[in-house]
Design a binder for this molecule. Structure first.
Ligand code: SF4
Length: 123
């Protein structure tokens, strides 16, 4: 079965409008991309959509009471809610360093969640 989908590429701020043609769920054509990243994005988005998840978690005894975090790499879109749920109860103890692993194998994806900022301990 033939299907057309329209997407906006998120590969860079230009945001090219992509027109994707699928046949039986397989991407057979991508139009509108200015560079190869757009084609790659369209193929992935239509077959195995993934995202980096960014959020923040609470910090105890730190100079600020929260720290920004992200998944170290993309996770499947359908695991995002489970990822957010698993992060909900996390409370870190200061100090927190950039790159510290906050959670391993989030939502069973094999991907770790890391801190993207540091938080010093209050004296
Ligand atoms: S196709 Fe290339 S130029 Fe266009 S938005 Fe995507 S990454 Fe940017």
């Amino acid at each position: 079965m033939n299907e057309k989908r329209e997407l906006t590429c998120i590969g860079c701020p230009i945001g090219c409008m992509l027109e994707v043609t699928l046949e039986d769920g397989i991407v057979v054509d991508v139009k509108g991309n200015t560079c190869l990243r757009g084609k790659t994005y369209a193929e992935k988005e239509c077959t195995n959509p993934t995202r980096i998840v960014t959020s923040s978690v609470k910090v105890r005894n730190g100079e600020i009471d929260a720290v920004s975090i992200k998944t170290k790499s993309d996770i499947p879109k359908d695991k995002i809610m489970q990822c957010i749920e698993e992060l909900r109860g996390v409370v870190l103890e200061a100090p927190v360093n950039i790159g510290d692993v906050i959670l391993t194998n989030v939502a069973g994806t094999g991907v770790n969640v890391i801190a993207t900022k540091g938080v010093a301990k209050i004296n």
